[in-house]
Ligand binder design. Structure first.
Ligand code: B1M
Length: 210
C-alpha cells in the first residue's frame, strides 16, 4: 500500500527515481492523481520550504527536491488530464520578472492543459511587456502571472499597467497567484482574479475562456 510520507520523504531527499517509482506504484494502486499530488508531492515541497526557511537546507538541496517534484508531477500529468470536463481557449502563463520559481507555475499550466486549455508557457523572469505582447500576438484570452517572492509580486501591477497602456485591458483577463499573493493584493492592483492553487486557477481560466 502506498505511503504518502515515503513519497514526501524521498522528495525532500531529492531522490527523483524513488519518487517516480512510488508515484507510479500509487497510480497503479488506483490512488487518485490529485491525492498523490497533494498528500505526497506538495506535502514534501512544504517541508522543503520549511527547512529552507529555517536554514536546515540550502539552494542545492532545494533544487534536487524540485527536480524530484517535477519528475513525480510529470507522471501524474496524463491522469490529471483525464479528470474533469474540457474547456476551450488560449492563455499565456509565466513567472514574473525577477522571479525564477517555476514549480507552482508548471502545476498551474498542467492543470489548465488538463482542462483542455491551450497554454503558452513564457517560463520564468517574464517582463510585463512580454505577457502583453504574447496575449496580443497569440490571441490569448487570459494572462496568468505567478510570483513566489514578496519582492517580485509587485511586477504583477506592472503587467496590469502594461495591458492598460497597450489598450487591451478590456479584452484580456489577468489572473494572479503564488504563495505571497492574496485576493486583497489582486484587488488592489486591478487584476481580475486571484486563486490560491493550481486546480482553482484552472477552473477560473476555463470560466474566463468560456
Ligand atoms: Co525560493 N523562496 N528562493 N527557491 N523557494 C521561497 C519562495 C521562500 C518562501 C523560502 C523561505 O524563505 N521560506 C523565500 C521567499 C521569501 C519571501 O519572498 N518573503 C524564497 C527565497 C528567499 C529565495 C531566494 C531569494 C533564495 C536565495 O537565493 N537566497 C532565491 C530567489 C531566486 C529568484 O527567484 N530570483 C530562491 C531560489 C529558489 C530555488 C531556485 C532554490 C528554488 C526554485 C526552483 C524552481 O522553482 N525551479 C526555490 C524553492 C523551491 C522555494 C520553496 C522552497 C518552494 C517553492 C515551491 O516550489 N513550492 C519556497 C518555500 C515555500 O514556498 N514554502 C521558496 C511548491 C509550489 C507547488 O507551490 O509555487 O506556491 P507554489 O504554487 C502553488 C500556489 O501558490 C499556486 O498553485 C501552486 C500549487 O497549487 N500558484 C498559483 C502558483 N502560481 C499561481 C498562479 C495562479 C494561481 C495559483 O494564477 C495565475
Amino acid at each position: 500500500m502506498v505511503r504518502f510520507e515515503e513519497i514526501s520523504d524521498k522528495l525532500q531527499k531529492g531522490k527523483a527515481k524513488d519518487v517516480a517509482l512510488l508515484v507510479q506504484q500509487a497510480v497503479d494502486e488506483g490512488v487518485p492523481a490529485a491525492e498523490i499530488l497533494e498528500k505526497g508531492l506538495l506535502a514534501g515541497m512544504d517541508e522543503v520550504g520549511r527547512k529552507f526557511r529555517d536554514n536546515e537546507i540550502f539552494v542545492p538541496e532545494v533544487l534536487v527536491a524540485a527536480r524530484a517534484m517535477n519528475k513525480g508531477a510529470a507522471l501524474l500529468k496524463p491522469l490529471l488530464f483525464a479528470e474533469g470536463a474540457k474547456a476551450n481557449g488560449k492563455v499565456c502563463i509565466g513567472t514574473v520578472k525577477g522571479d525564477l520559481h517555476d514549480i507552482g507555475k508548471n502545476l498551474v499550466k498542467m492543470m489548465m492543459e488538463g482542462k483542455g486549455l491551450e497554454v503558452v508557457d513564457l517560463g520564468t523572469d517574464v517582463a510585463p511587456d512580454t505577457f502583453v505582447q504574447t496575449a496580443v500576438e497569440q490571441e490569448c484570452s487570459v494572462i496568468c502571472c505567478s510570483a513566489l517572492l514578496t519582492t517580485t509580486m509587485e511586477q504583477m501591477a506592472e503587467v496590469v499597467k502594461a495591458a492598460e497602456k497597450a489598450g487591451i485591458r478590456d479584452k484580456v483577463k489577468i489572473m494572479v497567484g503564488g504563495a505571497p499573493v492574496s485576493k486583497e493584493f489582486a484587488d488592489r492592483i486591478g487584476a481580475d482574479a486571484y486563486t490560491p492553487d493550481a486546480a482553482s486557477a484552472a477552473e477560473k481560466a476555463a470560466e474566463f475562456c468560456s
